[in-house]
Design a protein around this ligand. Structure first.
Ligand code: IPM
Ligand code: MG
Length: 368
């Protein structure tokens, strides 16, 4: 069989349950290397609190350069209570923000899919969420997360003032909206753009620029505008009205958590953070499960590895041009769920509860 060129994948397990779930991802990559004649070179490095413990910084320059040089980064999770009181620049989350910003990963794709096997895991009625398939496209390198000026400073009367700045430019809006429109074309051809144009100038600009791009380049895609608060409400009332939602960094953070929870299974949802394509069609990218580091269950071999494994599948699809392998992996996950295997977070009566590594092994056994 023909061997493809060696491509570097950087695994950043991070904190909490990150190392356990990423260990299962590593097993799958190794399996693909061996059985699908792929030749991924796997690198692994510290990030977040675990990097802080060793190097007094949440991400070293060396790891950052490794990320720059890899074909895709797959990250577990960062953060934990022991680092909550560190100054901002040392916090685990800073590693994530630095990777997003400096790798220019401006488009964050967060699918909210209701797995048919888990309809009952949602807090919403089955008829509201069964068949749910929303793609949230969150802007990831701008807005209030990165705007200047920012900071906390003393003012008169011994008081202090905290400032963050919400800004967007035309090109920042267009590049992320373009990703949303392109995705919609392969789905139900419908985009909902969310902002607060009723109170924020930057929100009004967002709305106008998304509309302008649609009118110029995507005339056949249906575009709706929705105020972000209304969107939060509509997601609970009738989530199946949505196909692709595009929104800014902060609203995207909030709405994507809400949408994910509709599915009842945070432990199953992956995400992709993508940069622009260069002239060779290559782009930088990072993939992560939606769930956090869940320190309360770390080290117990009970975490659900599926969100991370599906993040690998997104990497195969979006960054590595391996659609067939991605399909294979997605199907393996479905089969394991059909067989009734469940980790604790999605366990229900009559199913078989398994730990992290057994779940990973079961998925591998379905690849065969
Ligand atoms: C997310 C997280 C991050 C964010 C944190 C960990 C910085 O909530 O990826 O949604 O706010 O973007
Ligand atoms: Mg979040």
């Amino acid at each position: 069989m023909i061997k493809v060129k060696k491509r570097k994948l950087l695994l950043l397990p991070g904190d909490g349950i990150g190392p356990e779930v990423i260990a299962e991802v590593r097993k799958i990559i190794e399996w693909l290397n061996k059985n699908k004649s792929l030749d991924f070179e796997i690198e692994e490095a510290l990030v977040g609190g675990s990097s802080y413990e060793k190097h007094k910084t949440p991400i070293t320059d060396e790891v950052f350069y490794q990320a720059l040089e890899s074909e895709a980064v797959i990250l577990g999770a960062v953060g934990g209570p022991q680092w909550d009181n560190l100054e901002f620049s040392k916090r685990p989350e800073r590693a994530l923000l630095k990777l997003r910003k400096e790798l220019k990963l401006f488009a964050n794709l967060r699918p909210a899919i209701c797995f048919k096997q888990l309809v009952d895991a949602s807090s919403l009625k089955p008829e509201i969420i069964s068949g749910l398939d929303i793609m949230i496209v969150r802007e990831l390198t701008g807005g209030i997360y990165f705007g200047e000026p920012r900071g906390i400073s003393p003012i008169e009367n011994g008081e202090r003032k905290g400032i963050n700045t919400h800004t967007y430019t035309t090109s920042e809006i267009h590049r992320v909206a373009r990703v949303a429109f392109e995705l919609a074309k392969k789905r139900k051809n419908q985009v909902t753009s969310c902002e607060k144009s009723n109170v924020m100038e930057a929100g009004l600009l967002w709305k106008e620029e998304v509309q302008a791009l649609r009118d110029k380049e995507f005339k056949n895609v249906e575009l709706k505008h929705m105020l972000a608060d209304n969107c939060a409400m509509q997601l609970l009332r009738n989530p199946k009205q949505f196909d692709v939602i595009v929104t800014d960094n902060l609203f995207g953070d909030i709405l994507s958590d809400e949408a994910a929870m509709l599915t009842g299974s945070l432990g199953l949802l992956p995400s992709a953070s993508l940069g622009a394509k260069d002239k060779n069609g290559k782009m930088r990218s990072m993939y992560e499960p939606i769930h956090g580091s869940a320190p309360d269950i770390a080290g117990k071999n009970i975490a659900n590895p599926i969100a991370s494994i599906l993040s690998l599948s997104m990497a195969l699809r979006y960054s590595l041009d391996l659609d067939a392998e991605a399909n294979l992996l997605d199907a393996a996950v479905q089969q394991v769920l059909d067989d009734g295997l469940r980790t604790k977070d999605i366990m229900s009566a009559g199913k078989k509860e398994v730990g992290t590594s057994v779940m990973g092994d079961a998925i591998i056994s379905k690849l065969k």
